[in-house]
Design a binder for this molecule. Structure first.
Ligand code: SF4
Ligand code: SF4
Length: 176
């Protein structure tokens, strides 16, 4: 009978409504209550330092070249000892899509993504971050890596005696 099928359909709807009323709510009362994202969540970008406090960025432009929306710019400079650094470094967060390609491309681990997602601003010009806004005092996610221990401005050790460097191969041992 049609009336019975109508009642069944109405009761089915009520059953679904009641089952949802008994579930724990998934909404969060932001900003009083803050969600903790996963450690690899990609949000605010920072420039890190190596363990002895030097700036890791060597102004190689790789992050800028990898960025699909072209929102990273900088100017390279050189210290007296030949070590390169960014005289200025700028990220326009109003264009950034937080894809992480810049961090993937960086050979020195200087540029890193953090889980800090609270970066909204009312004025769009406040989303342009300069080097002093980006540079932090710590090493970020890798607190032991120092680029200049692996590829420095002056290599003084004999071959095979660098950090984590394998001894050179004697080519005479490769002869048939
Ligand atoms: S996260 Fe992506 S879009 Fe943002 S600066 Fe890096 S490469 Fe560019
Ligand atoms: S942040 Fe990394 S990839 Fe970008 S210029 Fe500096 S060293 Fe190169």
């Amino acid at each position: 009978m049609p009336i019975l099928s109508d009642i069944k359909a109405i009761l089915g709807g009520f059953r679904i409504t009641l089952s949802h009323m008994l579930r724990r709510p998934v909404t969060i009362q932001y900003p009083e209550e803050k969600r903790i994202p996963y450690p690899r969540y990609r949000a605010r970008i920072v420039l890190t330092r190596d363990p002895d406090g030097g700036e890791r960025c060597v102004a190689c432009y790789l992050c800028s070249a990898a960025c699909p929306v072209d929102c990273i710019s900088m100017e390279a400079a050189e210290q007296e000892d030949g070590r390169r650094y960014a005289a200025w470094f700028r990220i326009n967060f109003s264009r950034c899509i937080f894809c992480g390609l810049c961090a993937e491309a960086c050979p020195t681990l200087a540029i890193q993504m953090t889980p800090d997602y609270e970066i909204c601003k009312r004025d769009i010009m406040d989303l342009v971050a300069e080097k002093e806004d980006l540079l932090i005092d710590g090493c970020g996610k890798d607190d032991s890596y120092n680029y200049y221990h692996h590829a420095g401005i002056a290599v003084t050790q004999p071959r095979g005696e660098g950090l984590e460097e394998a001894p050179p191969v004697d080519i005479r041992t490769l002869m048939p």
